[in-house]
Design a protein around this ligand. Sequence first.
Ligand code: UN1
Length: 503
Amino acid sequence: MDVSAVLSQLGVESSSFESGPLSVHTPIDGSVLGHVTPHNARDVQAAVAAADQAFRALRELPAPKRGELIRVFGAELRANKALLAELVSVESGKIRQEALGEVQEMIDICDFAVGLSRQLYGLTIASERAQHRMQEQWHPLGPVAVISAFNFPVAVWAWNFTLAIVCGNPVVWKPSEKTPLCALACQALWERAAGRASVGPLSPRALSQVLLGGRDVGELLANDPRIALVSATGSTAMGRALSPKVAARFGRVLLELGGNNAMIVTPSADSKLAIRATLFSAVGTAGQRCTSLRRLFLHESIHDSVVEQLTRAYADLKIGSPLLPDTLVGPLIDGGSYERMQAALTAAREQGGKLIIGGTRVLADQYPQAFYVQPAIVAMAHQTEIVCQETFAPILYTLPYRTLDEAIDLHNAVEQGLSSSIFTTDIREAEQFLSARGSDCGIANVNIGPSGAEIGGAFGGEKATGGGRESGSDSWRSYMRRVTNTINYGNELPLAQGIRFAD
Ligand code: UN1
C-alpha cells in the first residue's frame, strides 16, 4: 500500500517517513507504509525547551487571537478531510465512514475551541467586606504533553490540542507507535495553516511538536517539571504507571483510560433500536474504541430473543478491508491484539461462557499478515473475572438480569467507569439509571449506545478510567490555572471573618 502520495499532499516531507529504524505497518494487509525515526532524550529535551519558550509568548497573545489560529487550522482540516481520513483508515484500519467521522470530530472541536476562545469566563464573587470585590481569572497553565492511542489517531489529540492552544499552552504530542504517520500529517496541516495566521513572532512549529517513540518518551515527558499537564489516553495499566510520576512533581494529569462499557436493555425497550445501537457500539472500529460496548445486560424475559436477533445481525456483518465501501468491520490493529482476543475467549469459556458466534480469524488466506476477526458474542451466566476486564477487541458478553437494581449493581461492579447506556421507554427506569444511584460512569445515555459521543459534552470517566474530562463543556478548565483575586478599593483594611488585629 502506497501512502506517500497521500502524505505528500498533506504536506509531510518524504524524508520524515522514508527511512528510519521504526517501520510502520498498515493493519489492512500488514504491509510496510513507511519508516520513521524515534526521538531520543535529547530531542525530548529540545522540544520541551522550545514549548516552554513558546509558552511565554503564547500566554501573552489574547485568547481570541489564539482562537484565530485554531480557526485557520479548522479550515485546513475541512479542505483536507477526505485525504486525512484516507490516512487514518490505512494506518489504523478503521472503515472510511468512521475515519471521516474522526476527522469531522477534529473539525467540530476546532469550531468549539474558536468560540471558547472568547468565553474563558471567570466568576465575580460577592465579597463579605465593604468596598471589596472578588473575581476569578483563568490563566494559561504551561506546556501540555498529549499521549494518544492508535484507535483515535487524530481526534483525541485534536480535542487536547485545540483547547490547549486557545487556553494559551503549546503542545508536545507523543502519538501511538502504531500511528506515527497520522501525527506527522496533523503536524504538517497545522504548520501550513498556522503559517497563514498572523501570530507575530510566534513559530507555529513550537506551538505544536510531535515526538515519536515509545514508553521512554512518555516517561521523559511525565518527569519533566516544565510540562504542566500530561493528558494521556490509553490503558489503565499505562495510566497507573504514568500518573504517580507526574504526581510526584505535583504536575497535572488528565487521564482517559480503560472502559468496560455496558448497556442495559429493559423489557420496555424498543428492541430494534437496541440491536442497531449494539451493533454500532460493539463491532464499530472492530471493538477498539474506549467506548466500545462490551457488556450487554438483557432482562431475562427478552434475553433469548435479543441474543437470537443479534446473532443474525452478526452473521451478516461485512468484514474486510476498511477501504471497501460496504465493509463494517475492519482488521484488528495487530497480531498481539488478536492473541489477547483469543486468550479472553478461552478464559470466558473456562469461566462458563457459551460462544454464540464469532471469535475466529477470517480472510487469513487473502491477508496472511493481517488480523480480521468475526466479532464474537459470548453468553455469560455470571459477570466473571474476564467480563470485568477490558479486552480491546470485538467481544460482546451478554448477561441476563431480573431486576433493574440488580442490573445497575452488576453494571457498576467493574473497576472502569467510562460510558454506559440504558434502552427503555419507561421514564422511571431511565431516570433511575441517570440518577446518583444509577450508572457510575462519566457518560450515561438513554436509548443510544455507549460509543460515538459528540464533542460538545465533557468526555471521560470515573474510577480506573482516570477521572479526566476532555473535549466539550467546561473541560477547558483543566488546561488553565485559576487565580482568585480580592481587590480592596476602599480606605479601610477590614479582615475576613471579622477578625480584629492591631486596629
Ligand atoms: C476513544 O475511543 O478513545 O465517543 C475516543 C466515541 C468517540 C471518541 C472515542 N467520539 O466513541
